[in-house]
Ligand binder design. Structure first.
Ligand code: KG4
Ligand code: ZN
Length: 350
């Protein structure tokens, strides 16, 4: 079954082909340089860029490999959560193709797709725990199957990637600065941190990162730490601070994962996804924790961690092979609104 996936929920426009769970091809265009000028994603600019690139990316994808659009069985696009104007560009493009070519259509939950993406590289054993850590979300899920997700906890304020980026901005680094903090932290031998690990005694699996963000930004201001420290001889203060902050975020995420496993001991493995899953310290600490509990940890390769269309095509294949599809009148869902449970079921003759 050949699935075309389209991603346009934030600042990456992507199209990809997945054939029976195997990667065929993908194209991706990033807007990071444009939004970097403004210190964050500008929604109106994002939708305009998706609109500018989606057609030419489609042509590029089908020009460079043997698949023809007529061979595609399912056409899928991210339906949310994300920036409404951006999602509308991808979903309208997908609906137009499906309608004109008489193909099956699916609107994909972007967050579920992130967590299922590692299935393109390794087999996921269900039921499993899913931790999604990105610029917009910090969510924990109980995942029964590719079609059955229960949200166990989420951030009440800032997302993990968001505090990396805000702290990086306070240090004077360009947006998004999460990777910069991770890279600088590697130069320090610091193995613990004096910053708070917030909201660990809440008794639930939600997160709250705003206290850590404020503590880190106050520390930067009080101690006059800035990116210039990297080029002068100030006793590695910048690297030390970055390591300190990295440890605080990693420990907070690990504590909630440990609590989730103790509340749900039947979960067989941990899947970590989203841009922050590329953080080396988080990966190392999470791997140690999960292995100590006798379980496996699955983290996709970097290209599958961040926004991409392969994960959309893959999630579409997992749903379509179970006979699920959507009618063409489904809505795009912006960030903050729950994605409705409106999948239809049929026996597909594919
Ligand atoms: O999933 P993603 O590509 O986009 C969405 O937010 O949907 O995640 C981007 C986020 C940004 O906040 C970025 O700073 C963060 O992931 N990030 C990192 C690292 N690489 C990317 N944060 C910490 N350490 C990293 N190595
Ligand atoms: Zn994403």
């Amino acid at each position: 079954m050949l699935c075309l996936g389209i991603e346009s929920s934030c600042d990456e426009t992507g199209l990809a082909l997945v054939d029976d769970g195997k990667v065929l091809d993908s194209v991706l265009s990033s807007q990071i340089d444009i939004h970097g000028l403004f210190g964050g994603v500008v929604p109106e600019l994002a939708s305009r860029e998706h609109y500018r690139y989606i057609g030419r990316l489609f042509d590029e994808l089908f020009a460079r490999n043997s698949a023809d659009i007529e061979d595609v069985d399912v056409i899928a696009a991210t339906r949310g959560p994300g920036l409404l104007g951006s999602i509308l560009v991808g979903i309208a493009f997908a609906k137009g193709l499906a309608l004109s070519l008489g193909k099956k259509f699916l609107g994909i939950d972007h967050l579920h797709a992130h967590l299922l993406a590692v299935g393109l590289e390794r087999a996921i054993v269900f039921p499993c725990l899913g931790l999604l850590i990105s610029g917009g979300h910090t969510n924990l899920y109980r995942i029964e199957s590719p079609c059955e997700f229960t949200c166990l906890g989420q951030t009440l304020d800032d997302a993990a990637g968001e505090i990396f980026d805000k702290v990086a901005t306070a240090l004077g680094f360009p947006y998004p600065g999460g990777k910069k903090i991770d890279d600088l932290a590697k130069n320090s031998k610091l193995d613990s941190s004096s910053l708070p690990r917030p909201y660990l005694k809440s008794g639930n699996l939600d997160f709250s990162f705003s206290g850590l963000k404020t503590a880190a930004i106050n520390f930067i201001a009080k101690n006059g730490i800035c990116q210039q420290d990297a080029s002068c001889d100030c006793g590695n203060r910048l690297e030390r601070f970055c390591a300190d902050f990295n440890h605080a975020v990693a420990d907070t995420l690990c504590a909630k994962v440990a609590e989730a496993f103790s509340k749900h001991p039947d979960l067989k493995c941990l899947v970590v996804a989203g841009g922050v899953a590329a953080n080396d310290l988080i990966k190392a600490k999470m791997t140690e924790l999960v292995h100590a509990s006798g379980r496996e940890i699955l983290i996709p390769s970097k290209a599958l961690c961040t926004d991409n269309a392969l994960m959309i095509a893959h999630a579409a294949w997992l749903l379509a092979r179970e006979g699920f599809f959507h009618h063409l009148d489904i809505e795009a869902i912006p960030r903050g609104r729950k994605i409705p449970d409106d999948l239809c079921h049929c026996q597909m003759e594919i």
